[in-house]
Design a protein around this ligand. Structure first.
Ligand code: MG
Length: 203
């Protein structure tokens, strides 16, 4: 199982980090050890002084495929949840400046907490999925899939040109605006369509 993460998929977030508008999806990967196990806290890593949360919709691949056409891409994912793409922003800034890969900033252990999956066909409108995250019981980020630059289908099709998608792979689909820092002692609670689906503490 692997995590594939899309960067720069919401206009307002691209503006807040002063990035360029992508003409094609930008993606990077996290290893299986990036999963934060249920009921475990997130331990603030010692290699960063600036860990940011990015709250994202996550889709789960239900059958293997390569060179998937956009028109049949919907057959390759069937479940959705909300997760956090934890980012060591200080290290990421340094990687970008030097033109280095992002792994040390993005792919560290426990950098991909996520809630339980829901079947996409159980949602009332799969083209308008609302989600969000409360930081210490206050809304920190709220988004809607209708604001994505690249749709789930486009993402699945594009990624599968380079990497075989396998059953159980998870795709983080990008963060809306409002990213920010976490601190030791924080509680993060994730919401899918206003239903609380997961929470954890930062230690
Ligand atoms: Mg992200």
């Amino acid at each position: 199982m692997k995590f594939i993460c899309i960067g720069r998929n919401y206009l307002a977030h691209i503006a807040e980090l002063d990035h360029e508008l992508p003409s094609e999806p930008l993606f990077f990967m996290k290893p299986a050890s990036a999963l934060l196990l249920p009921y475990h806290p997130f331990f603030y890593p010692d290699f960063s002084q600036e860990i940011h949360y990015e709250t994202e919709l996550v889709i789960r691949i239900c059958k293997s495929g390569r060179y998937i056409e956009e028109k049949s891409a919907h057959e390759y994912y069937d479940a959705i949840t909300v997760g956090i793409d934890f980012t060591a922003r200080d290290l990421q800034r340094r990687c970008i400046e030097k033109g280095h890969p992002w792994e040390i900033a993005k792919s560290f252990d426990s950098s991909a907490p996520m809630g339980e999956f829901r079947r996409i066909d159980s949602l009332k409108d799969p083209s308008e999925i609302s989600f969000g995250m409360k930081l210490n019981d206050e809304w920190a980020q709220q988004g809607n899939s209708c604001d994505m630059i690249f749709s789930f289908d486009k993402i699945v099709s594009y990624v599968s040109r380079f990497v075989t998608l396998e059953e159980g792979d998870c795709i983080f689909t990008g963060t809306p605006r409002g990213v920010g820092e976490v601190h030791v002692g924080d509680k993060l609670e994730l919401f899918l369509e206003n239903e609380s689906i997961f929470w954890f503490n930062v230690k």
